[in-house]
Design a protein around this ligand. Sequence first.
Ligand code: SF4
Length: 323
Amino acid sequence: MPASDKDDLKYNEALKKKIARLKKQRNAVIIVHNYQRDEIQEIADISGDSLALSQAAVRTDADVIVFCGVQFMAESASILNPGKTVLLPVMEAGCPLADMITPEKLRAKKIGHPGAAVVCYVNSSAEVKAESDIACTSSNAIQVVRSLKEKDVIFVPDKNLGRYVQSQVPEKNIILWEGFCPTHIRVQEEDIVRAKKEHPGAEVLAHPECNPAVLALSDHICSTAGMFTYAKKSPAKEFIISTESGMLYKLQIENPGKKFYLPTSHLVCANMKLITLGWVAHSLEKMVYEIKVAAEIRDKAKKALDRMLAVTGDKPLTAVSGY
Ligand code: SF4
């Protein structure tokens, strides 16, 4: 092993010890999204997709939640846990997809479509959620849209997820927003064709944020949570994973006898990778950067989240200390 790698390892181990000590001192929990760096996933108390993480946060009796993800996720954790301190270790860790819509632009769109229901993907700001009738995730979007009494549905902000939902719910008229995830959109049809040639026995699992040509070549279209379930139960031994590279970390740990490949090396979300061990230690030491949502926005945004949970059969979320 080169000397610089050894130094890095020693440095990371020292940071992990510091994080463990500060975590105890602050009575904190470290919550980590599946797209984070491997070394951040290693220190997770809870890891998963954005909504599962916010739900898990409700069930913890920690005083401080360190959210290793991007801004809209920390906002959701704060909306659902108003009595807890929610920290985002790097304030600049935003989501370009969430930034492709503003509450002002959404209000203008609603005026043009009176009578339409507004469904917002959880990858949106608290303000946009507050302007929406109901939220959805990539795993429940079809169920949420089907549950609505309105025929016209403004679906924001991801056009690829919206298109996919339209293909599965033809009885609705889905009005798309021109937003997209700059990471998932990088996978091209030819990347999947090449990866299939290189790994002929592999099944292709694609996230619905990928473009329609990629989805058309996939064996299974699902959320990140769906990928874990599918990879475990499928008899296939190899998988091409069309979503952010961080997913491979846990897929490989949970399925030691199986192999996972990315269709392209470009599947990296730069925002997700901003968080490092050093920034997590800094966050716990200085108690930064606290994410708070104003009460009037929080109440409206929570209604959209709770309405979604009612559709999927989950109870509305309320922070319960000590649960
Ligand atoms: Fe946003 Fe896409 Fe990055 Fe997720 S992967 S945080 S949707 S830019």
